[in-house]
Ligand binder design. Structure first.
Ligand SMILES: Nc1ncnc2c1ncn2[C@@H]1O[C@H](COP(=O)(O)OP(=O)(O)OP(=O)(O)O)[C@@H](O)[C@H]1O
Length: 252
């Protein structure tokens, strides 16, 4: 690596993840080597069962590789005990899921503040300003005192994104974040993740099956049968759809 290149936020080195043993063993990841540079928005695509969730779980330190190395923010996730991994995850990873995963008894603002409490971090004036800025830029300030049930799906997902971004993680892991949203809310959420990468310098890793969603990314990694079979710069939705079709035709 030349000195001018940014250090990757996330590195996989010949990562294998095998579930089960013997004849029933499943090679969910089968020798994945990839670097993700900071401030990039990367979409992870591939057929069902190809290994995308496994890849994301390993990137977040939620699962262990069978062999190989996973580095997050310059630290060796693969070599850490669970306590250190949990701490690293709390400080450096934000999550956004298809199912929003907001705490129903907390208001929107309390949900956004939750990661700070889990990390035992007192909110500084800067933290509060950042949270207010996020809520405002997401059009949520007037709704900050509402509980999730009083918010639309798009608003709930925006709260989930604010929660993922608030603590300033190195990596935001988004698993089908637009899967439950209508077109307009999806666009808002995707634009927001684009902004998070461009302006907040955050690294976004998003699993999606949707070519339109993937077109917001500036890199598209394609996984099939546990291997990286494609690594593309940003593409238009039609080109991404063609890529997915060719993968399915190839597998048939
Ligand atoms: N805990 C587990 N035990 C056994 N096999 C597993 C486990 N988790 C995943 N697998 C298998 O590993 C392979 C990859 O699964 P993974 O969930 O990573 O795929 P995916 O690309 O995320 O799929 P989808 O798009 O359907 O969510 C699949 O064959 C799956 O059945």
């Amino acid at each position: 690596m030349t000195p001018s290149q940014p250090h990757p936020v996330l590195s996989f080195r010949d990562v294998h993840r095998v579930y089960g043993e013997g004849s029933g063993a499943v090679r969910a990841l089968d020798g994945v080597t990839v670097d993700v540079e900071p401030s990039r928005f990367t979409a992870v695509m591939g057929p069902s069962g190809s290994g995308k969730s496994t890849f994301m779980n390993l990137a977040a330190g939620l699962d262990d590789p069978t062999s190989g190395e996973v580095w997050l923010a310059g630290q060796p996730l693969h070599a850490m005990d669970e306590d250190r991994r949990t701490r690293l995850r709390r400080d450096h990873v934000g999550f956004v899921f298809q199912a929003f995963n907001l705490v129903p008894t907390l208001t929107a603002r309390e949900n956004v503040v939750l990661p700070f409490e889990l990390a035992g971090r007192r909110l500084t004036a800067d933290d509060r300003a950042r949270i207010d800025g996020l809520l405002e830029s997401l059009g949520l300030l007037a709704r900050a005192g509402h509980r999730p049930a009083a918010l639309s799906g798009g608003q709930q997902q925006r709260v989930a994104i604010a929660r993922a971004l608030a603590i300033g993680p190195h990596v935001v892991i988004a698993d089908e974040p637009t899967g439950n949203l209508d077109t307009r809310s999806s666009r808002e959420v995707l634009s927001l993740m684009r902004t998070a990468a461009d302006e907040y310098r955050q690294t976004i890793l998003m699993v999606t099956h949707d070519p339109v969603a993937a077109s917001y990314a500036d890199r598209i990694i394609v996984i099939a049968d546990g291997r990286i079979v494609g690594d593309h710069p940003g593409l238009a939705p039609a080109a991404i759809a063609d890529l997915m079709v060719s993968l399915e035709v190839g597998a048939a």
